[in-house]
Design a protein around this ligand. Structure first.
Ligand code: GSH
Length: 165
């Protein structure tokens, strides 16, 4: 279902999809709540989805891989300060953008769902929590009842499997 053997993969009738961004776009296209129907607004939301996946996530992943998988290695200790600085620079720019707005565009959209999920990758350190605007944004998105419900459902799969093992 997923050419690289990864999750997520999505199946709906005879459609099989991979890549979280593509899956979200497909789902969001059915809901004005997640994706505005106006073509310019849709383009802006899509741009923010790409920004979450291409401009923010790689730097966050880079740092997270150092911390979670290579922390004791010499090269990782040398590389970490620059990785932190780069991630901080990107997060600071995102924080500046959010200074005058509650969401990435003029209201909540699927791009906020994706950006929040990317920011959550950094929950092992305080990079996001140290930026008040960004932290407030993360909490605003994470405390949405729908977000909590979806996360709980996802985690339930893991805990069910763990208790069955
Ligand atoms: N670009 C892909 C990345 C998917 C990805 O990195 N999945 C991870 C979990 S979040 C995975 O399956 N890792 C296990 C592996 O690569 O074998 C997407 O957004 O769907």
């Amino acid at each position: 279902m997923q050419p690289f053997g990864q999750v997520p993969a999505y199946e709906e009738d005879d459609l099989v999809l991979f890549e979280s961004g593509a899956i979200l776009l497909h789902i969001a296209d059915r809901s004005e709540v997640l994706m505005p129907s106006d073509s310019k607004a849709r383009a802006r939301v899509t741009a923010w989805m790409f920004a979450a996946l291409n401009s923010i996530e790689p730097h966050i992943q880079n740092l997270t891989a150092i911390d979670l998988f290579h922390a004791e290695e010499d090269w990782a200790k040398k590389r970490r300060p620059a990785a932190v600085k780069f991630a901080q620079t990107r997060l600071a720019a995102l924080s500046d953008w959010l200074d005058s707005r509650d969401y990435l565009e003029d209201r909540f959209t699927v791009a906020d769902l994706l950006m929040t999920t990317v920011l959550r990758i950094l929950r092992h350190i305080d990079l996001v929590t140290q930026m008040p605007t960004l932290e407030a944004y993360r909490l605003r998105c994470e405390t949405r009842p729908a977000f909590k419900k979806a996360l709980a459902a996802q985690m339930a799969d893991f805990s069910d499997k763990a208790s069955a093992a």
